[in-house]
Design a protein around this ligand. Sequence first.
Ligand SMILES: NC(=O)c1ccc[n+]([C@@H]2O[C@H](COP(=O)([O-])OP(=O)(O)OC[C@H]3O[C@@H](n4cnc5c(N)ncnc54)[C@H](OP(=O)(O)O)[C@@H]3O)[C@@H](O)[C@H]2O)c1
Length: 502
Amino acid sequence: MKTRTIENPFTLVLFGASGDLAWRLVIPALFVLFQKGHLPDSFHLIGVARSEYDASGYCDHLVGFYGDSRPEEWPTFCEHIDYLQADPLQHDTYRQLAERLAGDHKNLDTTDEWIFYLATPPALFAPIAERLGCFDLAKNGERVRIVVEKPLGHNLASFSQINANLLAHFQESQIYRIDHYLGKETVQNILAMRFANPIFEPIWNRNYIDHVAITVAETLGVEKRAAYYEHSGALRDMLQNHILQLLCLVAMEPPIAYDAQDIRNRKIDVLQAIRPIRPEEVYERAARGQYGPGWINGRAVPGYRQEPGIDPESATETYAALKLNIDNWRWQDVPFYLRTGKRLPAKVSEISIRFKPVPHRAFPVDADQSGQPVRLTLQIQPEESIRLHFLVKEPGMPLRLRLVDMRFDYARTFHHELPSAYETLLYEVLAGDASLFMRADQVGAAWKLVQPVLDIWANTSPSDFPNYPAGTWGPESAELLTARDGRSWLVPMLIQSEEMRQ
Ligand SMILES: NC(=O)c1ccc[n+]([C@@H]2O[C@H](COP(=O)([O-])OP(=O)(O)OC[C@H]3O[C@@H](n4cnc5c(N)ncnc54)[C@H](OP(=O)(O)O)[C@@H]3O)[C@@H](O)[C@H]2O)c1
């Protein structure tokens, strides 16, 4: 199998072209691909939105992203950009679009490709897909693709509805569902590390691993996303999608080939093997929290309920943690603890693989005073690194063992900037490789897993909110999740290494 490149002429139709996602992430990513010479000579972007622009006004709007430092290649890039001022709900929009596409691609039956990128509010996904279908724009197999953003539904039922609407007009192989975490280099590297090296796989199982802890922590509060977040909460916003995807990459079996179908088959195997959370178990296997006022980096910050746009009695969780078990041969009895929250003490995303203690302790009990497990930490942000923490003998007497840190750091090893997640994902969409995108069955399985927790939380008002002060590691109930098993969350590595340096 060869790595795919972007070879065929394409037109990218960007719905929601006037929005934040288009301006901040999608167009800058496309531009970088252009600068790096990844795009074919013949490509075309058609921005579609109701805002009033012509093609040149739209380019001026887009270049505002770069402030005063307008990139040298920008004018040439703009020659590929067109704008259709139109309402995506109006049928006439699609008649105009069809005309423009026909003008661009007189030879669609050969190699040209159309990509419809829906950078719009999710409520528009179904109507746009339907209208594309009605105007015969969804045909032509995998040379026509549709890209949709998260959130994909609010629960299992609404996801199933959105999905049915997409599948009424597009085949599954044409649909690219974005989870931008999958575009991050460190996340992609999990598979490389596990399956390109012979040394990890033999110990990657219940015989050697005690448990896995995944943390996605933010220092930010709700910022400008109050309307969205009040309706969403931490479980839907981070855990149902990004964190479960991380879990899949850590837990999946080796794929036979590095291709979309096989990788996604292995991931769905994991999701289907996760022990369902029964309603009566929710309070043992899940924890929720909401931040109150507190301190972050020496700055006083308000509680969630005091943030602009938030209901003063809001029951939305800003912190969620789950304990999951995977019922298969590899992972039986190895818990996976997942947590995410806002206004925590550090911005850090990491996967911590904790190994079991040695079967027989030959060293004196007081020789190891670290009290910390031997572990492998895959850090996704802010540092992109892999660290192995293991015990060594400290020089001198008496005998002391000390936990040290062997580290691979992207920034130190590769001196060029890493591609952004959107650059990678857009590249893959244009190259027609869906490996880094979510298949419908994965999204459905993830919703199914968290649905009992969502239901119980929705039906029982949290009496203790706010239950963690901003600037702390979350509510006590999350500590109990691990403590009940005689384990504990560890403070993420970033903080520890800073403390060690002091
Ligand atoms: N922004 C982010 O950082 C981010 C991150 C992850 C996922 N997403 C997802 O990406 C998508 C786009 O995000 P966004 O922040 O760019 O969204 P947005 O600014 O709310 O919407 C994008 C554009 O859609 C058009 N639009 C909005 N409501 C419409 C309506 N009722 N009818 C027709 N057109 C409408 C608007 O353009 P006109 O008014 O000009 O037509 C708007 O500029 C969303 O699904 C979001 O959840 C965004």
